[in-house]
Design a protein around this ligand. Structure first.
Ligand SMILES: [Zn+2]
Length: 163
């Protein structure tokens, strides 16, 4: 039995997400993130990757990137959360979505997309509704730039990067 099923998502109200079909222990590989392996040179040349956000892209090493932007990549349906229960785990040429917390049956499977903070961050609002949601899809270490309330938990970053 698969550990996930596809369902209309509560986070992405226009889209779908993956939901746990049973309790999943932290550390479990949930689903293989599939895609096409492209060279970083192809990546630089292609218009497809113009928008600057690596939504479905994973750098595998200094030569290759995995492009998961295909409808057959079921793992591409996993939504971002500011308080995720899973993470992308790369090993060689494979990327897995692996639980980082115990996940209860029926819970949506979520990851931190790890977007860096830039001037376009407002293009990607976040509706994850978690207590620490900063309103936009931005990686954890950069959230203080959007909302001061995150500054306290990232004092080190604040000191290093505020000017
Ligand atoms: Zn959020």
């Amino acid at each position: 039995m698969k550990l996930y099923r596809i369902k209309k998502s509560k986070i992405d109200n226009k889209g779908r997400g993956l939901y746990a079909t049973k309790n999943i222990r932290s550390g479990t590989k949930i689903i293989n993130y599939k895609g096409k392996i492209i060279t970083n040179k192809q990546l630089d040349r292609s218009d497809k990757y113009d928008n600057g956000k690596p939504i479905y892209l994973f750098t595998l090493n200094n030569r290759y990137t995995l492009d998961g932007d295909f409808s057959w990549n079921i793992a591409g349906l996993v939504n971002h959360s500011c308080n995720p229960n899973s993470e992308y785990e790369g090993k060689g040429f494979k990327v897995w979505i692996t639980a980082i917390k115990d996940i209860k049956q029926g819970e949506e499977i979520t990851c931190d997309y790890g977007f860096s903070f830039d001037k376009d961050y407002k293009q990607f609002p976040c509706n994850c509704n978690s207590i620490n949601c900063c309103g936009y899809i931005v990686q954890e270490v950069s959230r203080w730039r959007i909302n001061k309330k995150f500054a306290m938990s990232n004092k080190k970053n604040l000191i290093n990067n505020s000017r």
